[in-house]
Design a protein around this ligand. Sequence first.
Ligand code: T3D
Length: 261
Amino acid sequence: MTEQPVVLTDTRAGVRTLTLNRESRLNAANDALLLSLTEALRAADADPAVRVVVVTGAGRGFCAGQDLGDVAGRGLSFTEHLRRTYNPLVRTLRGLGKPVVTAVNGVAAGAGASLALAGDIRLWARSAQFTQVFSNIALVPDSGSTWLLPRLVGYHRAFALMALAERVGADEALRLGLCEAVYPDETFREDVQAYAERLAARPAHALRLTKQALNAAMTGSLDEALDREAELQQLAGDHWEHLEGVTAFREKRAPDFLKEG
Ligand code: T3D
């Protein structure tokens, strides 16, 4: 019997969906999954037919974090392991030149919760859950959670979520700003595809520059952001997408940002 890939790839209408595929382990991450996902993200970035990337999970889980059955005897320190697997994954995901949607279909725990936060857009199914489970096994949050979570919810709430590892459901996630929208479980995959197709129809070059500006602004000063915006605006303004946007506005029609894609 042929073994199933740990990451499934599907492309429809400019949307590349990457599905974590270790269903019986709630898509807990082993090295094969982490390296395959990183590779798949890089391939999506390089493929001109792809305008938006969706990361989701097979079955009832999004990702249960590190596969705890895959740790013993791996012969790497924690530091080495993070540097070789999770860190390149998170850097690749956050640095992608295309919008990334994390479609959280079920439980997101540990590094899986970090991954759920790392998307540019986070869409949740009604039954999804988020838990900073690291302290249950006396580890510290990794894969970017210590950077992203306090920026979303503030230091104190982040610490409480990390210290108590309580599960956060969809309504609270929406209230806390851990996701942009919640959809019914029954229609989740179609709702995600429809959202991603809306993103795919937006101006790809301008969105790439927008991500660059926002990501840099998250660590810099207002002064630096103003200077960067002025530089990136020139790149956006010189691009055909801008001419199309302005022409469409004048002609009172919807812009077509796909025509040169
Ligand atoms: O380099 C390094 O190693 C450091 C990196 C660390 C990164 C991390 O992510 S550390 C955190 C690791 N993850 C966890 O500690 C999560 C452990 N899992 C849970 O706490 C719970 O399973 C969940 C909260 C995720 C879901 O609970 P529930 O009740 O919905 O499901 P369940 O029944 O506990 O799990 C279903 C199955 O998935 C079960 O297998 P079974 O009994 O049906 O054969 C369970 O053992 C398995 N599973 C769930 N999470 C993991 C897992 N198997 C391996 N590793 C897991 N992380």
